[in-house]
Design a protein around this ligand. Structure first.
Ligand code: G
Ligand code: G
Ligand code: NA
Ligand code: MN
Length: 253
């Protein structure tokens, strides 16, 4: 209850912050964009991990106003960077609760409008598990989001039991290979087979791939050989504060 109480006022009390983690394009070696990742600096609980507070925010539906703040803040940041000559795609996580909430498409449209982000630079990350129920409705919803001009990626792909027959009808542009398959890539042939299969599947469906949680040169080499499109992970950068992003982009070239 105490944590919930704190979370309820976190936004008004300006305790929320976004960090940004780069995604590097394998072909060009350049940073193509960043993923916005939420942080909560609680005066009572310290720095609370999203692994702890996102589920609570979902249970209490606080994720709806918080998620709106995340989207608006990330879009404003993208525009600010663009005005400084730093053009980055901005990926924002949307939870299943947000996806199911009435008026989502209208709220995303309003935020695109209000912030002036060019929607082709906005990517919405949805977890695979958010997409499994009512796939017919989900297809319609995703199509409406795509009509706004943004792109959609499936986060944590491979962990959520989505049906392959629906995958082809989801208007999705990117599959994110879940970190659990990347972790032991160098030593586990099963994980290598899975990663390769996800990349093949994506290619055959005209989608791109992001590997998450890439930490080592060995993992990177395998992912390059497999033909993964983008790499995200500590090997390039941890999630960093907004004012550190341009330095990270310069360092990575
Ligand atoms: O940022 P990492 O540091 O610890 O994130 C942990 C988990 O929290 C990840 O699964 C990530 O997708 C999720 N997460 C981080 N930021 C957000 C956000 O703004 N919205 C939602 N729904 N999930 C987020
Ligand atoms: O579920 P989602 O993909 O949004 O999760 C992003 C989470 O992964 C964040 O918690 C982020 O801090 C974490 N993360 C990003 N890169 C790495 C990495 O290279 N290794 C590990 N262990 N975690 C990572
Ligand atoms: Na994500
Ligand atoms: Mn993920």
């Amino acid at each position: 209850i105490a944590l919930e109480q704190g979370l309820r006022y976190a936004k008004e009390r300006q305790e929320l912050e976004l960090h940004y983690q780069p995604k590097v394009c394998v072909a060009s070696g350049k940073v193509s964009g960043v993923e916005a990742l939420l942080r909560w600096h609680s005066p009572d609980f310290g720095l609370v991990s999203p692994i702890r507070f996102i589920p609570l925010a979902e249970q209490t539906r606080l994720i709806i106003p918080i998620g709106e703040w995340v989207l608006r803040t990330a879009c404003l940041q993208q525009v600010q960077w663009r005005e400084q000559g730093l053009l980055l795609n901005m990926a924002v996580n949307l939870s299943a609760i947000q996806l199911k909430s009435p008026g989502l498409v209208e709220r995303v449209a309003a935020i695109i409008d209000e912030t002036g982000i060019q929607p082709e630079h906005l990517e919405l990350e949805l977890t695979e598990s958010a997409l499994v129920n009512n796939p017919d409705e989900v297809v319609q919803l995703l199509e409406r989001l795509r009509t706004l001009g943004c792109s959609i990626s499936i986060d944590d792909f491979g962990t959520g039991y989505s049906s392959l027959s629906y995958l082809k009808s989801f208007p999705v542009t990117i599959l994110k290979i879940d970190r659990s398959f990347v972790r032991d890539l160098a030593h586990n042939s099963g994980d290598r087979a899975i990663a390769r299969s996800v990349v093949d599947l994506a290619n055959n469906l005209d989608m791109k791939t992001v590997a998450e949680g890439v930490e080592s040169e060995e993992q990177l080499t395998i992912l390059q050989q497999i033909g993964c499109t983008y790499i995200q992970g500590f090997i390039y950068s941890r999630p960093v504060q907004a004012d550190q992003v341009s330095a990270v982009v310069r360092r990575l070239g």
